[in-house]
Design a binder for this molecule. Structure first.
Ligand code: ATP
Length: 578
């Protein structure tokens, strides 16, 4: 039985470390004490969640609830807790300190194991309806009553979604391997399993029950795969040089959908793997009507005006991602799904089959209709590729996707199995999907606005840190300024994000890293003020020259933002372009 005290002590130790290797070993020691029945719960808690995101399980406790629960449990008034929190800036630390000075001892304190804590959180998440607020506070208070001061620190941070141990998924997978076989040799099969089901708890549990099952792990309906991602190259010639004869598909600019079906049940998932089933009833109906009994496929959903044969823009299409007014939206923005890959068909896991094979299956499955196969042609030389690219732009599409005929589906990975070639934005050479980490107040004629610019960072995959790459100070419309002000005011923070590495002067406000924006730019330059790609010895980081906002990428989470190594690659591509 894994005692929660051991978990909290390990979390405390993890907090003081930053090296991946050290963190892996510390976690591996904890995993050695964990049974197959407990490991899923532990893995979810480390990720700061109770289940994979597509299950939609949310604790639903705000700061107010947590303050109340700490007050009840520690015997203080909510105002006293608030006052302490103002000083500490971290409710976890406040809970720890106030509980260590606990005025009224709870009558019976039980030692908690991981299952007890996890189940209590589940109960909090599942309580809904009238009176649920009181119930949530009561359940959290009970949990704190049984907790030591150190345990309380992590319970509170978890409840607020601010656990942030700095442990990424790759470290969890490495630690599972080290805990069981003493080295990282099981990392690869674990990684594949995780990429094709996106459920860390399920992978960890399956692995402890049977390592063999992980080696032969198969995709399953209703466990969404992490989307395969495309590399970028700048010219048709480079693409042909890399792939040779290849499949070239039109690149549609809508939102990505992963559709799952088994018997009568259908679920649709977004690029972030959130469930979208209820929002798109017409797509669900079409998938239900397909002959295949069990199926997973992917496509790009795009609003299409059949009467005028016109694609709606990405911005217009995105209005379909809504929870209300679905009937009206369906009429105004009817969707077509351009299906571009098939991953599972009636018991056959197709992810390891070559693209050419998957494409054959796809084309027989989707005749014309709302669901239809994306346009695709076999291309043998640069001139043909160039021609298709021009065709795509003239018909209002975004560019093309060139695909390696022999490549498997590279779930969760950005590989040269797919290469994108996109039209450019005015003078801009490319775009970066960056994380907003801070913002500025309006200046001069725009001083009336509580918003005037954004500080943008990208993700360093090797270190798990965010690194700044641009400050966007102009080019916002008044509507955009108002909407950013509203959006960012809610996530203002006193301190810079914990994972941020920066040299630039602090912005007017820091924010919790939550939103991703697409930023166009003219060039990538070396910069003394930005930390993207800055390493000991190389002196300068990368910065975006003339950065400007293209749009907010609501379909991307922080973990999907552009990485430092992608910026580095784009920097390299600039030279090949010129
Ligand atoms: P990425 O998904 O690579 O992180 P992104 O979301 O900014 O980047 P793009 O760079 O525009 O998107 O290109 C990849 C996306 O293109 C895919 O995620 C998918 O949604 C979309 N797409 C459109 N048409 C196709 C197609 N025929 N094949 C594959 N993907 C396509």
């Amino acid at each position: 039985m894994l005692i929660f005290g051991d978990v909290a002590r390990t979390f405390q130790e993890l907090e003081s470390k930053s090296g991946r290797l050290e963190m892996t070993d510390i976690l591996a020691e904890l995993f050695k004490k964990t049974t197959a029945g407990e490991i899923d719960k532990l893995a979810y808690l480390i990720q700061g969640q109770l289940a994979p995101p597509y299950e939609g399980i949310d604790l639903g406790v705000g700061e107010r609830f947590v303050v109340e629960a700490i007050a009840h449990s520690a015997g203080y008034s909510p105002e006293q807790v608030d006052r302490h929190y103002k000083k500490s800036g971290d409710l976890g630390a406040t809970a720890e300190e106030l509980l260590s000075k606990k005025k009224q001892q709870a009558l019976s304190v039980r030692e908690m194991d991981i299952a007890y804590v996890y189940n209590a959180f589940m109960k909090i998440a599942r309580s809904g309806g009238p009176g649920s607020q009181e119930l949530k506070i009561k359940l959290l208070t009970e949990l704190l009553n049984n907790a030591s001061a150190l345990e309380a620190r992590f319970i509170v941070r978890f409840a607020l979604g601010r656990l942030r141990l700095g442990v990424g998924d790759p470290t969890i997978l490495d630690a599972l391997s080290v805990a069981t076989v003493g080295d990282k040799s099981m990392r690869e099969p674990l990684d594949r399993a995780y990429n094709v089901c996106s459920d860390i708890g399920y992978v960890a549990k399956t692995y402890l029950e049977s390592p063999e099952k992980i080696k032969g792990f198969r995709v399953q309906p209703f466990k969404p795969l992490m989307p395969a991602l495309a590399e970028r190259l700048s010219t048709p010639k480079e693409i042909m040089g890399k792939l040779g004869k290849c499949g070239v598909e039109m690149k549609y600019d809508g939102f990505r959908l992963q559709c799952h079906k088994k018997a009568n049940k259908v679920e649709l998932y977004s690029r972030k793997l959130e469930r979208m089933t209820l929002m798109l009833p017409e797509v669900v109906r079409e998938v239900e009507g397909l002959k295949a009994k069990e199926l997973i496929f992917e496509g790009e959903a795009l609003a299409y005006d059949a009467k005028h044969k016109r694609y709606f823009s990405f911005q217009e299409t995105m209005h379909r991602k809504r929870k209300h007014g679905i009937k009206e939206a369906q009429k105004e923005l009817p969707l077509n799904v351009f299906c571009f890959d098939i991953l599972y068909l009636d018991g056959r896991d197709m992810t390891n089959e070559p693209y050419a094979e998957r494409r054959r299956a796809l084309e027989t499955l989707f005749p014309k209709g709302i669901l239809r196969a994306s346009e695709c042609r076999l291309v043998e030389n640069t001139a043909e590729l160039e021609k298709l690219f021009q065709e795509s732009i003239t018909s209002g599409l975004e560019g093309i996707m060139a695909k390696d005929l022999n490549a498997p589906y590279t779930a969760g990975k950005r590989k040269f199995a797919w290469i994108k070639l996109k039209k450019s934005y005015g003078k801009a050479v490319d775009t970066v999907d960056g994380v907003i980490v801070g913002y500025y107040l309006g200046k001069g004629s725009r001083a009336e606005f509580e918003f005037g610019g954004l500080l943008i960072a990208v993700r360093n995959e090797d270190t798990g840190k965010l690194e700044t790459v641009a400050k966007i100070g102009s080019g916002f419309s008044e509507d955009e300024m108002v909407s950013f002000e509203k959006m960012l005011d809610k996530i203002k923070a006193k301190e810079p994000p914990e994972d941020l590495v920066y040299l630039i002067e602090a912005p007017d406000f820091w924010v919790e890293p939550k939103y991703v924006v697409e930023v166009a730019f003219d060039e990538i330059t070396k910069s003394p003020t930005h930390t993207c790609g800055l390493r000991e010895g190389n002196g300068k980081g990368y910065a975006l020259r003339f950065p400007r906002l293209v749009q907010v990428r609501k379909d991307k989470a922080v973990k999907d933002a552009t990485t430092t190594s992608e910026v580095e690659e784009m920097f390299g591509l600039q030279h090949s372009r010129s």
